[in-house]
Design a protein. Structure first.
Length: 441
């Protein structure tokens, strides 16, 4: 009954109803575009391309594009070029003074950075477009001429920029967090098919069937358990108390209240997994060029092997510390507290406060990085238990963390609208906590 009443409350709020409707319509447009094939492509000739995207990096790209990559769609390149450009601009903002200055300029600086991100996205698309077309030439026999390459590259670039525009419209007029929501839709779009094929493969009489329906139920329970663990990882925080000193202006007293700094257990988000995956695909590529499945590089061609997952785990832990160190700045936090007459009880303001915050971040980052590494390699354990390749991807890694993070952010947006109009939130007790730091992807 409470769920039905919450739905009624959501539909009662006119602004929220309009935002949800706009979001739904834009998502429908995106999903329809994923099935519009490129000019000159016969959809019936895509069997080899779909086989190519059944594992490895290609499967990850296909998942993020909502299946458009394997459909040779006008949206085949998806939103990933924009994500790549955003990451590059974000990293440049940490090392280049000119970009740091724009970050401090507020809304005007943010608009400049967004424009640079769009320019960089176009450059990436102009490189990825011809590469994707060459792959189509080898897999589906696409005839390429200079004119075809130029025309189809423009089509692919326009498709990705249109997806970016849809994401921005969802942010402005929809439920918000548009780019992340587009990625979420692409990932969830693969879940029903993966779940269905896993169910069919477990049916008695199916080829290679093991465990039957009991095994399928156990898999679903394990998936729910892993999802709950991912929720805890996203929401985990360590609250540091901050006491603000009393200030007397005239005959009035201000301040004196105690507040908290929420330090995230996983402040780096999914970025360590993205960086680690990029590194791990280097030996895979070199092994492919060498046409060898043995030796040092050959040991990393098996994504289910021990050494691949061990090194992958270590890289995630290392990148978690690295990314946390460059995004969470205890010195700046200490200066901001001192400027606002704030202090941590029992700790001197200034340098001592920065050291205290740095020590806390180091302690809470360790379990966060280990937990993140375990979640990242869980698909390998799932595959070792006989779970199919497509379904195993939902047991961890980037896809699971993105799904959990974006869903929590979306629910938090809806809850804020309900609370603002004096309705009960989505939960009976407490509030939904989304990702308060880092990017959505």
């Amino acid at each position: 009954m409470r769920f039905i009443q919450t739905i009624k409350n959501i539909w009662t709020i006119e602004e929220l109803r309009k935002r949800l409707t706009v979001t739904f319509l834009l998502v429908v447009v995106y999903r329809l575009g994923c099935y519009v094939a490129l000019p000159g492509i016969n959809p019936h000739d895509l069997e080899q391309l779909q086989s190519q995207t059944s594992g490895g990096l290609m499967q990850l790209l296909d998942m993020f594009s909502g299946g458009a990559f394997s459909q040779a769609s006008i949206f085949a390149l998806g939103i990933m070029p924009y994500i790549t450009a955003s990451i590059v601009i974000q990293l440049l903002g940490m090392v280049l003074p000119s970009f740091q200055k724009m970050q401090r300029e507020g809304e005007s600086g943010r608009q400049k950075l967004n424009q640079y991100t769009r320019y960089l996205t176009v450059l990436i698309l102009l490189v990825q477009g011809p590469a994707y077309l060459i792959n189509l030439q080898h897999t589906v026999g696409l005839t390429l001429t200079t004119a075809n390459v130029l025309f189809l590259t423009v089509v692919l670039a326009a498709g990705s920029m249109f997806i970016m525009w849809l994401g921005e419209r969802i942010t402005d007029r929809g439920i918000g967090n548009g780019i992340s929501f587009i990625i979420l839709v692409g990932i969830i779009a693969r879940l029903p098919q993966a779940l269905f094929y896993e169910f069919i493969s477990r049916m008695p009489g199916a080829q290679g069937s093991q465990g039957g329906l009991i095994m399928f139920i156990i898999e679903v329970i394990l998936l729910l358990a892993v999802t709950i663990c991912a929720v805890l990882l996203v929401q985990g925080t360590r609250k540091v108390p901050v006491q603000y000193a009393k200030r007397i202006v005239g005959n009035k007293q201000y301040g004196g209240a105690r507040q908290y700094i929420p330090l995230k257990v996983n402040a780096a988000g999914v970025m360590p997994i993205i960086f680690a995956q990029a590194i791990m695909f280097i030996p895979l590529t070199l092994a492919g060029f060498g046409q060898s499945s043995g030796g040092f590089f050959g040991a990393f061609t098996d994504i289910n092997g021990f050494w691949y997952n061990f090194v992958y785990f270590i890289l995630i832990v290392a990148f978690t510390y690295f990314y946390t160190a460059i995004t969470v700045r205890p010195t700046q936090m200490a200066e901001d507290m001192k400027r606002n007459n704030g202090f941590i009880p029992g700790v001197k303001p200034g340098k001592k406060t920065a050291e205290y915050l740095d020590a806390i971040m180091s302690r809470i980052t360790l379990p966060g990085s280990l937990f993140l590494g375990i979640v990242a390699i869980l698909p390998a354990f799932a595959r070792s238990l006989g779970i199919s390749q497509n379904f195993a991807q939902f047991f961890g890694g980037t896809s699971l963390l993105i799904m959990v993070g974006v869903v929590l952010d979306t629910l938090q947006q809806i809850e804020s609208h309900l609370m603002m109009h004096h309705y009960d939130g989505l939960m009976k007790e407490g509030k939904i906590k989304g990702r308060t730091t880092g990017s959505a992807y």
